[in-house]
Design a binder for this molecule. Structure first.
Ligand code: NDP
Ligand code: GDR
Length: 369
């Protein structure tokens, strides 16, 4: 039985990857941070009784900012594969917390690589680094491939640039089997609520049911190559199953704007939107809505809020994953429309459940209420 260690197991990718690896018969170990409240919602369904001697899913308290604890966990687990998914992963937040972002995302990666080296596990443990299309930032070429020059535009992107190169360096200098997956945006119903796709599907579901009036967004013109997290974690695993360690771009090769995402998600619940005005005055107005919806034609349901504009923006990203398709046999199974549909339906279910709860006289489960 192979043993995997996942940092960031409580996040979106961590949850999908843990489920995927358990399905492949792995023993899965995850590093979770201590929090004052429960923070394991995404992986609670994988929990196994700690008294069960045959269990295959384990959680360890840890933090990428604490080297001693990482060494101890790696020593105890003796993993065949480490997936370093843990990160302060929010680009806008990284402008507010640049030092913490560097400590976790850049030096945290070094700490894990050093743990492998200090423990003499170079020949046993394979390493996956969650690299990102944010490395391309102000993209120097379109579409972006493994050879496109990097030009990060945020403290997050710069921290991930260090992590990318230190992974390459440990491969070249110490012979580690270490790979970077240069992943373009991937989403799902488990996406954090403050990333734009989830903010849109959650917001529209709540507006549809009369729980919220308007969705406030930043740059509607930003263009991204959006895929499904379930498809992307498979590529993470495939990278560690090859004869030679290499870096791969993982992307769908199809690009949409934030505005397109809003229109498509609204269509899923029968609402069509007219875009009116331009620049900071642009807004989305309901053109048509089904009778059961709380919104009415003419109602403004999307507005711009400058608080969501970034000090330096990444305007457009589009990936070319030909290498992964050729060498790993990987391809995305979920297209844009199916992704939006799945996310919209999931958030509609949550909003409907909250409506039932509040209609029954209880406080709804929405965290920001
Ligand atoms: P999430 O933000 O959903 O998850 C991040 C995880 O990292 C969470 O489990 C979080 O824990 C954990 N974490 C944060 N800080 C620390 C720390 N100091 N020590 C240990 N763990 C920490 O991200 P995703 O699942 O979306 O992404 C996974 C990885 O892939 C990240 O590294 C991200 O930067 C990268 N990436 C993501 C892409 C995407 O589109 N999703 C694209 C390209 C790269 P907690 O739950 O306690 O907050
Ligand atoms: P990104 O994702 O920055 O690409 O990083 P995010 O969903 O945060 O933003 C995508 C684009 O949408 C624009 N935008 C908004 N973004 C947010 N969060 N909130 C808004 O209200 C809003 N309005 C417009 C942004 O300006 C941006 O252009 C994600 C993360 O998962 C990273 O960890 C990962 O490395 C990259 O994807 C690839």
């Amino acid at each position: 039985m192979k043993r995997a260690l996942i940092s960031g197991i409580t996040g979106q990718d961590g949850a999908y990857l843990a489920e995927f690896l358990l399905g492949k018969g792995y023993e899965v170990h995850g590093i979770k941070r201590h929090a004052s409240s429960f923070n394991t919602d995404h992986i609670d369904h994988l929990h196994q009784d700690p008294r069960d001697s045959a269990r295959s899913f384990f959680l360890h308290y840890g933090d990428l900012t604490d080297a001693t604890n990482l060494i101890r966990i790696v020593q105890q687990v003796q993993p065949d594969e480490i997936y370093n998914l843990g990160a302060q992963s929010h680009v806008q937040v990284s402008f507010e917390t640049p030092e913490y972002t560097a400590n976790t995302d850049a030096i945290g990666t070094l700490r894990l690589l050093e743990a492998i080296r200090i423990l003499g596990l170079q020949d046993k443990t394979r390493f996956y680094q969650a690299s990102t299309s944010e490395l391309y930032g102000k993209a120097q070429q379109t579409p972006q491939t493994e050879t496109t020059p990097f030009y990060p535009r945020s403290p997050y992107g710069v921290a991930k640039l260090y992590a990318y190169w230190i992974t390459v360096n440990y491969r070249e200098a110490h012979g580690l089997y270490a790979c970077n997956g240069i992943m373009f945006n991937h989403e799902s119903p488990l996406r954090g609520e403050t990333f734009v796709t989830r903010k849109i599907t959650r917001g529209l579901a709540r507006i549809h049911l009369g729980q919220q009036d308007c969705l406030y967004l930043g740059n509607l013109d930003a263009r991204r190559d959006w895929g499904h997290a379930r498809d992307f974690v498979e590529a993470q695993w495939l990278m560690l199953q090859q004869n030679e360690p290499e870096d791969y771009v993982i992307a769908t090769g199809v690009q949409h704007s934030v505005r397109d995402f809003v229109s498509c998600a609204a269509n899923e619940i029968g609402i069509s939107i007219d875009w009116v005005g331009s620049g900071a005055e642009e807004h989305g107005v309901v053109a048509a809505a089904p009778a059961e919806s709380a919104v009415r034609p003419g109602q403004r349901i999307v507005s711009i809020d400058s608080r969501y504009m970034r000090p330096a923006e990444v305007e457009t990203l589009l990936g070319d994953s030909s290498k992964a398709r050729r060498k790993l046999g990987w391809f995305p199974r979920t297209d844009f429309d199916a992704l939006v549909r799945e996310m919209m339906q999931a958030d509609l279910n949550i909003a409907q459940r909250n409506e039932l709860i509040s209609n029954a006289g209880f406080r709804s489960l929405n965290r920001n209420e």
